[in-house]
Design a protein around this ligand. Structure first.
Ligand code: HEM
Length: 183
């Protein structure tokens, strides 16, 4: 079985919270820290405010060419200089999930150019997508990004570009959490 990852909001953890901002729909409660850990280790935790779980998975939409380009440009999480992170849980509408795979792909890439836009920000931004729709979670995805403080402005441009796309018209809940790695 694929390993699940837990995102734990509370008063301790390896990331300190700079901001919690609802973009669409209900926010998450403000916390001072987020910890990211394998779900199996959850039992050792005390008083957490919220816990979201997700699972890294196979790609759904990327073509061979896109995959090759992504792999040639992307960098892993955990780079020491990447002291900032964004955690953005997202839920899409029933209308999105009722579409066929090819219809979703057409909106995701041919219309909205999600990958083409995102690729312009690699390798400065490192990313990982976690799926949670099938885990009975309140969100469909937890998205996680890491970057240097100097690239924070570029990251703002990236999220603004994506939020202006047709794909984002199918987003019904989105919370934008910005973080700084603990020393
Ligand atoms: C850093 C540059 C980015 C790149 C290169 C990128 C690339 C991708 C790719 C290739 C996928 C499709 C994976 C698949 O084939 O299943 C994807 C999915 C996704 N990305 Fe991005 N992305 C970037 C930034 C972002 C940002 C900033 C957000 C949120 C604000 C975001 C939210 C998502 C979501 C929610 C999905 C899942 C979509 C779905 O399956 O319906 N991405 N991204």
């Amino acid at each position: 079985m694929l390993k699940r990852t837990a995102f734990v909001g509370g008063d301790s953890g390896s990331w300190s919270v700079l901001s919690v901002r609802p973009v669409v729909g209900q926010s998450l409660d403000h916390v001072s820290h987020v910890d990211v850990r394998p779900t199996a280790d959850l039992a050792s935790r005390g008083a957490d405010v919220w816990v979201l779980e997700g699972q890294a998975s196979n790609l759904r939409y990327a073509t061979r060419d896109e995959l090759t380009t992504l792999r040639s440009k992307q960098e892993p999480l955990g780079r020491p200089h990447a002291r900032r992170a964004a955690m953005i849980p997202i839920k899409k509408t029933a209308a999105w999930w009722e579409m066929a795979q090819d219809e979703r792909r057409a909106i995701f890439e041919e219309t909205s150019q999600h990958t083409a836009i995102g690729l312009k920000y690699l390798p400065a931004i490192a990313r990982q997508l976690y799926h949670c729709r099938d885990l009975g979670q309140p969100f469909d995805f937890v998205t996680w990004f890491e970057y240097a403080a100097d690239d924070a402005g570029a990251f703002e441009d990236l999220v603004a570009s994506l939020r202006a796309t047709r794909e984002w018209q199918f987003v019904e809940r989105e919370v934008d959490i910005r973080l700084e790695r603990q020393p």
